[in-house]
Unconditional design. Structure first.
Length: 191
């Protein structure tokens, strides 16, 4: 048998082969959704929104507050700043305010709180029953997430935040204005 005739080199066709180094991984697309490309992976727009859709805050932050009352009839405004570790945001800076209705105003105690971290921020509307007294040092609020930025730009959620005020021993007042300062503690939890 002749050895020369047994080995015959040939060329394979490359037309039906996929070059893996340039392939893009993809996720099956539901009908009617346009894809979003993210680092070589296609995600549907609705799938990318669901990554941060539900957010439940938990943790404690501490800081300082000031309160201002122009007249007992109009209520008292509390403003504060705090820092703490709030899951899932991590180390967080908080700024916010709320108004406790006065003698002639009926309604809820309402305010706004913004939590900022390196990953983004969330803004909350906070409310408490109108029966909360101005002189109360503890306020039990419910919160609703109304907006977000960064990783939390599509965040939604609600829960509770307990605010505890510890007034300092000094305060200033005049016949028409009263100012107080003190320590502030916020504790976030789910319903």
């Amino acid at each position: 048998m002749n050895m020369r005739n047994q080995f015959r080199p040939a060329m394979d066709s490359l037309e039906d082969r996929l070059a893996l180094s340039t392939a893009m991984a993809s996720v099956a697309q539901p009908s009617g959704h346009s894809p979003t490309v993210l680092q070589g992976v296609e995600l549907t727009a609705s799938a990318s929104r669901s990554l941060t859709a539900k957010l439940t805050l938990s943790g404690t932050a501490r800081g300082e507050y000031t309160s201002h009352q122009s007249q007992p009839d109009t209520g008292t405004t509390f403003q504060g700043t705090a820092k703490g570790k709030i899951a899932p945001l991590g180390h967080t800076s908080i700024i916010g305010s709320f108004l406790v209705p006065g003698l002639i105003q009926n309604g809820k105690v309402e305010g706004t709180v913004t939590l900022k971290s390196l990953r983004g921020s969330v803004t909350l509307n906070i409310t408490a029953p109108g029966s909360t007294m101005i002189s109360s040092l503890s306020h039990h609020f419910t919160y609703q997430i109304v907006s977000g930025t960064g990783q939390y730009h599509n965040a939604q959620g609600s829960g509770i935040v307990d605010v505890t005020l510890t007034p300092s021993t000094s305060h200033s007042s005049s016949p028409h204005h009263q100012f107080d300062t003190g320590k502030l503690s916020l504790m976030f939890a789910s319903h």
